[in-house]
Design a protein around this ligand. Sequence first.
Ligand code: NAD
Length: 479
Amino acid sequence: MNIQNYINGNFHNPIQGNWLNNYNPSNGEIYSQTPNSSKEDVENAYIAAKSAFPSWSQTTLEERSRIMLKISEGIEANLDRLAEAESKDNGKPIWLAKAIDIPRASSNFRFFANAITQFASESHESVGQQAINYTLRQPIGVVGCISPWNLPLYLFTWKIAPAIAAGNCVVAKPSEVTPMTAYLLGDILKEAGLPKGVLNIVHGLGPTTGQAIVEHPDIKAISFTGGTATGAHIAKVAAPMFKKLSLELGGKNPNIIFADCDYDDMLTTTVRSSFANQGQICLCGSRIFVEKSIYEQFKKDFVERVKNMKVGHPSDEKTKIGALVSKAHLEKVLSYVDIAKDEGGKVICGGNKVTVEGYENGYYMEPTIIEIETDECRVNQEEIFGPVVTIMPFSNEDKVLQMANKVKYGLSATLWTNNLKRTMRMSNQLQAGIVWINTWLMRDLRTPFGGLKDSGVGREGGFESLRFFTEAKNVCIKY
Ligand code: NAD
């Protein structure tokens, strides 16, 4: 089966005829071809977006909202099909795609369909000067959206939905590693009656297709989610062209556990925050710091729970850990186990590749826990982005805060405690864009989402996204 670009409301093969193999991570087999689109394909997508812009940007908010709600319903109506496709492309359990990825993709459209009808601009009366200022929030024009492979349709739509809600037209590229659900979205857009050219989906590699989007002189804003090194590269290309940039990048998030927490709740959530989606979520708490007095107990209970997690085929309902996304990624993640051993780490659970019967060439790995004494080592500093966590004891608040903050990243942090003053003190000082207390990955789509330091620039979510995808223009009228 061939995936095609979706440009100007129709499906197209890549102009130069270049294709990439698309692998099924659960069995290592090639099961489709994806375009590796060239500059010409991106230019066609741009032209389609540009022609659609005058009309779409003048479409009433109610009408935009109505079409977006239809897209949301279309995604819901295709839940099973999309979840199976996401699982086949990415390796995640089907039940997970059904419970999280696809419903969230639908919510993204519904949320921004509603948000745009509530998005207000400001006015300022210049008292004593007989003047009034009002601020227009105008769509930018044609914008670029580039997303990663870990939550394919979920993160793709998290960018596209606010972009079109705000009246922009879009050239979007999903990850070449997981292009399938973005391809399937094309039919849903058509059925929902999204005018042609409003959303154009081009597939291909980062350095070819992605680069062409970022370099395009008339694509005026780039919303990117992916790795920190890619983000730095994109910033280098886009900054001299004065493009608006939103960068959601990597993380190395601390999960800090105090003895006074609700232990059972913490334990269950920590298993999830460590290994959900095979640990391939930018928000996973991959560095677990545990207060000394409960360290041994936690270690025993955590290892016991994790040892019982079934690694298996994504279609098996009992599977907790599916396949990692690619062979290269599996090898990278496994290499960190060796790095950890060299650094004095002790593998107390997992650490190995898994062979699943009947799917011997799939990219499976055991959920892995590494006990390590120092935070100044690669496994505690670099983003592994797989089913690998480290655990370490700590003796006091200052010390754990120092370790939590001593990484180049600053995406999220999780804190487990029932001490209110400590919660307030630590939340203020944790260097992270998102802090969860006694929970993890609880999301309210209105809240700002993004990271500090090397985890990114800008915030997504709610009106933050709508602000990013609009230009503010102040009008001052003297009367
Ligand atoms: P990646 O940076 O390799 O790729 C992300 C996207 O960028 C892909 O679509 C890719 O094709 C494209 N790309 C690559 N080179 C490009 C270039 N030169 N120009 C334009 N586009 C280019 O990241 P990945 O491996 O797909 O995803 C994993 C990373 O994403 C992890 O670091 C993870 O932490 C991060 N991530 C961050 C968030 C967040 O919200 N902060 C969410 C999910 C994932």
